[in-house]
Ligand binder design. Structure first.
Ligand code: PLP
Length: 388
C-alpha cells in the first residue's frame, strides 16, 4: 500500500491530534463572555499567537476560515469588491493560468459581476514571468483591482517568484493574493509582502475544515459572509476552536521541520521519478526538481489518467490526476495545457505527492506495480480505439 496523494490531504500529525483533542470537549462559544466562552476564546487566541509566531506574521493579521478554498475566495472576491467599491474603474483581475479552482472559479464569478480577467501565461516549467506582470501593470495598473499568483502549484509543483511579484505589485500599488496552500512546511513563502495569503489546515497535517487568510494590515478586503462581526468583521461565524488548535500545532511542527522535510521529500520524489523513467517507456516528466519537493507529475503517453489512477488504486497505490470530469467526460488539466501540453497528453498525467508520513517503501511499492499497470492501461486504450 502506498499513499501518494499528500497534496490532496496529508495525515493528521500527532501534535495536531493532541491539540485538537485537548480543545474538542470545550463547551464554550469563543464569542460568549462567561467563563466557558472565555476558555474557548483563550484557545483561539493562544493558537492565533502560535500560528502567527510560526509564520512570522502578527496575530492580528490572521483571519481563521474553513479552509484554503474559503481563504482564496475572501482574498480574491473580497479584495476585488473592496477595491472596486472604492474606485469603479478598477475592474481588472489578473491571475495566473495555473491557479487552483478556488482562485480560478472566484475569478469566473467576478467576470459574471462585470470584471475583466487578464490571464498570466506560464512557461513550459509552469512559472509566471515577472516581466509580463510588470508590463501589464505598467500599462494598466490604474484599472487593476488585484493580482493573484499561487506560491506552489498543486498539480506540477511549480514554485512562483512570489517575493519578486510582490515587489512589482507594491511598486504599482496593486494588491497581491497568494495561494500558499501547498507551501507551508515545504516551500518558503513570503507572507510579509503578499497582501492576502491563503493557508489550509489539512495540507500540513492539521484537521480538515479549517484554514486561514493572512491579511496585511491596511489591506482593503470586504467580507463574503456576514453576521456577528467575528475575525475583525472579515469572516462571520462561530470559530472552530479545536480545528484552529490542531492547525496551529501542525503548522508549528511543519515550519520547524521544513528544511529537513523538504530535503527528505525531494529525495523520495527524485527516486520515484528516476524509477518511473527507467521502468516505463514513453513518459514525460512535467514537474521540475526546482519545484515543490513533494510533487511529481508525469504524463504516460497513450493512457487516460483517470483509468490509470483507478488501476493503481486497485493495486494499493493512491495518486491523483489533474484532470476533472465534466459531465462524465475527462477534461485535460488546465495547468498542463497552460504549460504547453496537448489536450491528449494532459489527459494522461498523474500526480504523485509525498508528505510527512512518506517513506522509501512508498516509492518501492509504487514502482513495483506501475509498469504493469501502465502496460494494461495502454493495451486497454488501444483496444478501445480499435488499434489492436
Ligand atoms: N489551493 C490549492 C493550491 C490547493 O491545492 C487546494 C486544495 O487542494 C486548495 C486551494 C483548497 O484548499 P481546501 O481543500 O482547504 O479548501
Amino acid at each position: 500500500m502506498a499513499y501518494l496523494d499528500h497534496a490532496a490531504a496529508t495525515p493528521l500529525r500527532p501534535v495536531a491530534r493532541e491539540a485538537w483533542l485537548a480543545a474538542v470537549e470545550l463547551v464554550g462559544n469563543p464569542s460568549s463572555l462567561h467563563s466557558e466562552g472565555r476558555a474557548a476564546r483563550r484557545v483561539v487566541e493562544e493558537n492565533r499567537e502560535r500560528f502567527g509566531a510560526s509564520l512570522q506574521v502578527p496575530p492580528s493579521a490572521i483571519v481563521f476560515t474553513s479552509g484554503g478554498t474559503e481563504s482564496d475566495n475572501i482574498g480574491v472576491l473580497g479584495t476585488f469588491r473592496a477595491r472596486r467599491r472604492d474606485d469603479a474603474g478598477r475592474r481588472v483581475v489578473v491571475a495566473s493560468a495555473v491557479e487552483h479552482k478556488a482562485v480560478a472559479e472566484a475569478v469566473d464569478a467576478l467576470i459574471a459581476e462585470g470584471a475583466e480577467a487578464a490571464t498570466l501565461g506560464v512557461a513550459a516549467d509552469g512559472v509566471v514571468d515577472p516581466a509580463a506582470v510588470k508590463a501589464l501593470l505598467a500599462a494598466r495598473a490604474e484599472e487593476v483591482a488585484l493580482v493573484a499568483v499561487m506560491g506552489a502549484n498543486n498539480e506540477v509543483g511549480a514554485v512562483q517568484p512570489v517575493a519578486e511579484l510582490a515587489g512589482i505589485c507594491a511598486d504599482f500599488g496593486v494588491p497581491l493574493h497568494v495561494d500558499a496552500v501547498q507551501c507551508v512546511g515545504a516551500v518558503p513563502v513570503d507572507l510579509e509582502h503578499a497582501t492576502t495569503t491563503a493557508i489550509s489546515g489539512h495540507k500540513v497535517g492539521g484537521p480538515a475544515g479549517v484554514g486561514a487568510l493572512v491579511v496585511r494590515p491596511g489591506a482593503l478586503v470586504t467580507p463574503l459572509v456576514y453576521g456577528g462581526g467575528h475575525e475583525g468583521g472579515l469572516r462571520a461565524g462561530t470559530l472552530n476552536a479545536p480545528g484552529i488548535a490542531g492547525m496551529a500545532a501542525a503548522v508549528e511542527r511543519a515550519v520547524a521541520e521544513q528544511d529537513a522535510h523538504a530535503q527528505r521529500l525531494a529525495a523520495l520524489r527524485d527516486e520515484l521519478v528516476a524509477g518511473i523513467v527507467a521502468s516505463v517507456p514513453d513518459v514525460t516528466v512535467n514537474s521540475r526538481p526546482s519545484g515543490h519537493p513533494g510533487i511529481a507529475n508525469i504524463t504516460f503517453a497513450g493512457c487516460e489518467g483517470d483509468s490509470l489512477m483507478l488501476l493503481l488504486d486497485a493495486a494499493g497505490v493512491s495518486v491523483s490526476t489533474g484532470s476533472a470530469c465534466t459531465v462524465g467526460i475527462p477534461q485535460p488539466s488546465h495547468v498542463l495545457t497552460a504549460m504547453g501540453a496537448s489536450r491528449r497528453a494532459a489527459r494522461g498525467a498523474l500526480r504523485f505527492s509525498f508528505g510527512w508520513t512518506s517513506s522509501p517503501q512508498d516509492v518501492a511499492d509504487c514502482l513495483a506495480v506501475l509498469p504493469d499497470v501502465v502496460g494494461r492501461a495502454r493495451r486497454a486504450g488501444l483496444l478501445e480505439r480499435g488499434e489492436s
